[in-house]
Design a protein around this ligand. Sequence first.
Ligand code: NDP
Ligand code: MG
Length: 376
Amino acid sequence: MRKINLALLGATGSIGRQTLDIIRKFSDRVNLIGFSVHTNVGAINEIAQEFHASYAVITSDITYRSDDVKILYKKEGLIELITLPEVDTVLVATLGTVGIHPTLRALQLNKRVLLANKETLVAFGDFVKGIKTGTLIPVDSEHSAIFQLLENRREEAEEIVLTASGGPFRTLSYEELEKVSPEDALKHPTWNMGAKITVDSATLMNKGLEVIEAYYLFDFPPEKIKVIIHPQSIIHGMIRLKDNAVLSHMSYPDMRIPIQYALFYPERVSNDALKTIDFFTLGHLDFENPDPYRFPLLPLAYEALKRGMPYPACISAANDIAVFSFLQGNIKFTDIYKTVEFVFNKCDSKANTVEDVEGIIKEAKEYAKEFIKKMG
Ligand code: NDP
Ligand code: MG
């Protein structure tokens, strides 16, 4: 059996830790060659020792000495790690957009990229799509579901449906949304994830980013990518076929399922830590339409997708800043949308290269910061 030789980018995050959990379970199948951390350098020796990894990349400005691993730094360090001939698979679970560089390079080198970090695909989708080598496998649960459903059926599929839990504020009025706190937003009803994506789930921006992600992964036009609120998060994705038959992908909300699927693709492996659905306890599955008035970031994301590059990069960058400000207690929940909309309206530069988009992201973040300052 072939062993997977993995570089895990963002090893200390929610996805990163769950990936380590899978590697722990299947240590005879996966070698961790190296990994990256951003601020959590204290985890380097612990991870390196347990998994016998040889390289650790620090992407922040922190420096660190270790006798256990070779330490590399920043974007160049990520590239050096994923370029190693022994690395065949790269799992990108960093935050922000630095992940675009190892993603593009790994694909160019014909490696497998398991992509969790949706913000990179949202901002740089055209460049990723342009590379015809390598294999890109989504880790995001909805996209993993659609990826599995579409296998050998792309030609028969008419539209795809992404489900959204609706987040913790699904039933609140606009007036109530104005008063919610970061602590309230971090209480996700079904998924346990990092802080940024948890807030994105509460605004439905996460689903907006996922619509754009789906566009780049599966090549359906925006109007053929539907979103439906499904509070139980049991169905992760559906495809409607030509004859109106609908296929769905179901599991309990547990990211280890799509992580494991991506790691071992195309093989399915059994893992007794993953639970079987008990339909009788569930009783029923519910569906609602997303409300564009209370959750306007979702329609804004569709609009950004229709306009094309660099609009998705602009709204995603503005959202990064706005979510961080909200988590810091500097702006209201409803100001996240106002900030993103402001930056959307300023986004008119042309972008032909990765560097152009990086420049636009920087500019969009500055606009967002200025807008937030003025609001304060
Ligand atoms: P976390 O915040 O839990 O972890 C982020 C990871 O990235 C950590 O290892 C962190 O390092 C590192 N990191 C933070 N900032 C930067 C930066 N500027 N540059 C490089 N690395 C950085 O996030 P999640 O694991 O929740 O999410 C990671 C990605 O996966 C996101 O893009 C998210 O949208 C996506 N995703 C997550 C899901 C989930 O269930 N969590 C589901 C689907 C997609 P350190 O801890 O050392 O600071
Ligand atoms: Mg998702």
